[in-house]
Design a protein. Structure first.
Length: 107
């Protein structure tokens, strides 16, 4: 029920991909990663694949920085959303559109 705020999250993904079978994405969140102020979770979602939950990463101050990367499949041109849950209960996000030339995840 908490509002999603824009900012703090940097979502790096190519805006145009030739092949949706392997798309490299990375997410960084601005945070000092101290016990008092850190990222607890980073999640990646999509609005075009059969399964909207792409990945979830749990973090703690011991990670040192809030920076994750993963290779994903995309079925078609769609929006990707990266969201971060902070230790103070706030949520931050960034949304990007990715144009996919050759679709993946098609049965």
């Amino acid at each position: 029920g908490a509002p999603l705020r824009e900012g703090r999250v940097t979502f790096e993904v190519p805006p145009l991909v030739d092949n949706g079978n392997l798309v490299s994405v990375s997410v960084q969140v601005q945070s000092p990663m101290t016990a008092a102020d850190h990222v607890r979770e980073i999640a990646i979602f999509n609005d075009g694949n059969p399964q909207p939950d792409v990945a979830r990463f749990e973090l703690s101050p011991r990670n040192g920085r809030a920076d994750v990367a993963i290779g994903i499949r995309l079925s078609s041109t769609q929006n990707l959303i990266a969201a971060a849950r902070m230790s103070d209960g706030s949520f931050w996000h960034q949304r990007v559109e990715v144009v996919v030339v050759l679709a993946a995840c098609i049965e």
